[in-house]
Design a protein around this ligand. Sequence first.
Ligand SMILES: Cc1cc2nc3c(=O)[nH]c(=O)nc-3n(C[C@H](O)[C@H](O)[C@H](O)COP(=O)(O)O)c2cc1C
Ligand code: SF4
Length: 579
Amino acid sequence: MSIKYPYNPTNHLLHVLFEEQQRAHFISNNAIQNISKSLNLPHAQVEGVVEFYAFFHREPRGQFDILFSNCTSCGDAWLRQRLCDKLNVKLGETRSDGLVSIDQTSCIGMCDHGASLLLNNSLTITSLTAKRIDQIVKLVESSTALQEWPKHWFDISDNVHKRGLLLTEPFQPGSALKVMIEHNPPEILNEIIVSGLKGRGGAGFSTGLKWKLCREAIGDAHYVICNADEGEPGTFKDRVLLNSYADLVFEGMTICAYVIGAKQGFLYLRGEYRYLLDTLNATLQKRRETGLLGGNILGQGFDFDISIIVGAGAYICGEESALIESLEEKRGIPRIRPPFPVTQGYKEQPTVVNNVETLATVAKIVLHGHHWFESHGTNRSKGSKLLSVSGNCARPGIYEYDFGVSLQEVLNDVGAENVQAVQVGGPSGRLLGPDHFNHLISFEGLSTGGSLMIFAKHRDILALIHNFSHFFAHESCGFCTPCRVGTRLLENSMSKLCNGHSTAYDIDEIKHISALVSQYSHCGLGVSAAHPILDGLKYFQKSFEEKILKKEMEPEFDLDSELSEARAITDRDDPGAHL
Ligand SMILES: Cc1cc2nc3c(=O)[nH]c(=O)nc-3n(C[C@H](O)[C@H](O)[C@H](O)COP(=O)(O)O)c2cc1C
Ligand code: SF4
C-alpha cells in the first residue's frame, strides 16, 4: 500500500492530537472517539498513541503547561523547585485553579544554553536564572497571553564555535542538485559509496550501502526519512543544522530520493523542536517555488516532495523502526528486525532512514566530490563530525572537527578545566575519565553520535549516573520485560546507592541486572541502558566504594527478635518457628 503524493501532514494523528491537546489541555474519551472516526483509525490505536507519547495527557493540564528539562546539562533541579514553590504547585501536578502545571521532561536539546524549559509543548525558554524564573511566575500569575511574553526569551542561538568541512562556507540552495542532475542515479550512488561516508546518527552504517540496498529492493514506492528526533541527552547538533542549514539537509534528502527512486520524503522532527516547524516549512515552500522540490525538479522530470511530521516526546522514536511506526500513526515501538527498513520500512516499502548530519554531508559530497571528502578524517572514518559540547566548560556549543581529533584537544578548545569525566555519545555512550582523554574521536576509536557532556571535579559522579538511569527507565517503551523491568531496577539500585543504603551485595546485583538488560533487550535502548553504570563501576570505582555501607549484606532488623511475640502467643519455640 502506498500513500497519496505529496503527503499532506495536516491530518497526521500526532498533529491532530497536538491540536486537541492545545485546545482542551487534555485528550478526553470523547475526543479519542471523534478523532478515531474522523481519521478512520481504530479507537484502540488512537487511545494507545495518546497513552504512549509524553506530550499527550488524559487529565487536564494547566493553561500554562511547563515542562522543565531534567538533563544534567539543560536541567536545574534548584530552579525547577523555585518555580514550583513560587507558583505553589507540586512537581507533576496541575494547580487546583487550572492555571499551571509543572513537570519534568528528558533533555530538550538546549544543553548549550543552560537551564531550559518547554512551555505548552511548543515554545522553549533557555538560559534560565532565578530572576527569569521570578519573571515567569509573574506572567503566569497574571495570566498574560504567551504572545505578550518578551519575544527574545524564545530566541535560541546556534553557538557554533568551530567550523570545518560541513559548516565553513555558506551553502547556495540548489548548488548540489545542479551537480546531481548532470549524473545518473547510479553515478551519484557510486560517489556516496566511494566517499566512505558512514551514518552520523550513532551506529555508523555505510550510507552508500544503505542506499544501494534500498534502491535494489522491490516495492510499490520508495521513501526517504530524515531522522531529526535527536533525543540523546547532550546532543543538539541537528537542531543547529535544521536552524541554519536546512537547505543542505533537504538537498541531501532530495539526492537520496534521486538515487533510490523516492517521490516522498519525511522529516521526523522531535516534539521539543516544534519551534523550528514554521521556518522549516517556509524553506520547503521556497524550494518548491524555485524548482528545487515538488514536481519536475530543475526541469528534469524528477518529482520529489518532503513533509514534516512532529513527534510528541518519546526518545525511543529516534530508533529508526520505532520512528517508522510513529510515522504510521502508531505507538513508537521498535520493530523486530529483519526485515530492515531498507526493504520493508514505511508502509512496508523500501525506506532509507538517515540522520540530519548524514544528509547534510551527502549534499556537500555531491557538490565537492568524494576526493574532497576522503582527504579529511582517518582511514576508517572519513570526513568531519559535529560535536555538541555542554556541561562544565567555558564555551559550550557546536564544534566541527575532522575525525581523529583527540578528546583532550576538544577539551582544550572548549575551555574545560579540572575535568573529572566526559560522557561521550550521551547516556547510551561512554562515561570516561582522564585516562581516556588522549583517545581519538572516530568510528574505530571513540565513537559518538555527537554529544560530549563535561563534568568537572566538583560534580557528583553517582548523581550523574543516577540521572542517566532515570532517563532510561523513563524512556523505555515498555515493550520487552528485560528493559521495562531492568531499567527500573537499575534506577532503584542507583537511588539506594546515592542515599547511602547499599552494601557490596547491591553492587553485585547491579552488575547482574546490567548484564541481563544489555543481553536480552529487544532494541538499542535496553542494550545500552547500563553503559553509564558499568563505566562508572569500572572507571570511577572509588565513588561507588565511598557510598557502600558494608562489605556484606546485613539485615536492617533482627528477624528473630521481631518474631518473639508471635512465638510466645502461639507457644512455639521449635527451630521452624524461628524462620
Ligand atoms: C534508542 C535509540 C535512539 C536513537 N535516536 C536517534 C536519533 O535521535 N537520531 C538519529 O539519527 N538516530 C538515532 N538512532 C539511530 C537510528 O536508529 C538510525 O540508526 C539512524 O537514524 C540511521 O541514520 P544514519 O545511518 O544516518 O546514522 C537511535 C537509535 C536508538 C537505538
Ligand atoms: S529495549 Fe526497551 S525501548 Fe527497546 S523495545 Fe525493549 S522496552 Fe522498548
